[in-house]
Design a protein around this ligand. Structure first.
Ligand SMILES: [Fe+2]
Length: 201
């Protein structure tokens, strides 16, 4: 069994927007390939679940695939699962089979009044041969979260703009998840088969 290394780091960034705008953006993942196109090729919504009587969040848990750009160009596909723990708090696990790296993110938002502190605690588990990069990781992670935060400010500023025009668009999914896609496909097929059977009798 190959030896594994665990690395933890906390990055902090400040958004110039109020906490609820930052929280809206934090829940949304489908903007990843648009706003963060420099670090991601594409995003695929796998499935999402919502608890009964949940009017607060768009979902409680969600799974996804992202094709990330390592060093800006190397495609690395990761599988991810995230869970909204409570308001302003998200846990997210991601695994990349090709490089055998796990990342676990604990993301929290702290209300600073007019602005918001975003705290990302990142835990990485990686094979021993990546240890040579370990010294660079705090720099890489700080840089990555800082750039993402800046890219996300446009999302938040758009929401502020809409609100100032009294346009209140609820947060929602743009894409049908792959799970629902196949569920619908199977259900429709089932209905068609039943219709055909009825016609025959
Ligand atoms: Fe983002």
């Amino acid at each position: 069994v190959l030896k594994k290394f665990i690395f933890t780091h906390t990055s902090e960034n400040i958004s110039k927007f109020q906490i609820d705008y930052v929280w809206e953006n934090a829940q949304d993942l489908e903007h990843v390939s648009y706003l963060h196109g420099n670090t991601n090729f594409n995003f695929l919504l796998f499935s999402h679940d919502k608890k009964l009587n949940n009017d607060n969040f768009l979902y409680n848990s969600l799974s996804f695939l992202v094709k990330r750009k390592l060093f800006g160009f190397i495609p690395i596909t990761t599988f991810g699962y995230r869970k909204i723990e409570s308001k302003y708090e998200i846990f997210q696990l991601e695994y990349s089979p090709i490089i055998n790296v796990y990342s676990f993110l604990h993301s929290t938002l702290i209300d600073l009044g007019e602005t918001t502190l975003m705290r990302d605690k990142i835990t990485l588990e990686f094979p021993f041969y990546f240890k040579i990069f370990a010294k660079l990781l705090p720099y890489v992670l700080n840089r990555h979260t800082r750039i993402q935060c800046l890219e996300d400010e446009s999302f938040r500023s758009r929401r502020v703009d809409l609100k100032s025009r009294n346009i209140y668009l609820p947060l929602r999914f743009f894409n049908v998840s792959k799970f629902n896609y196949f569920l619908n496909f199977n259900t429709k097929k089932l209905l068609n088969n039943n219709n055909n059977n009825n016609e025959g009798t």
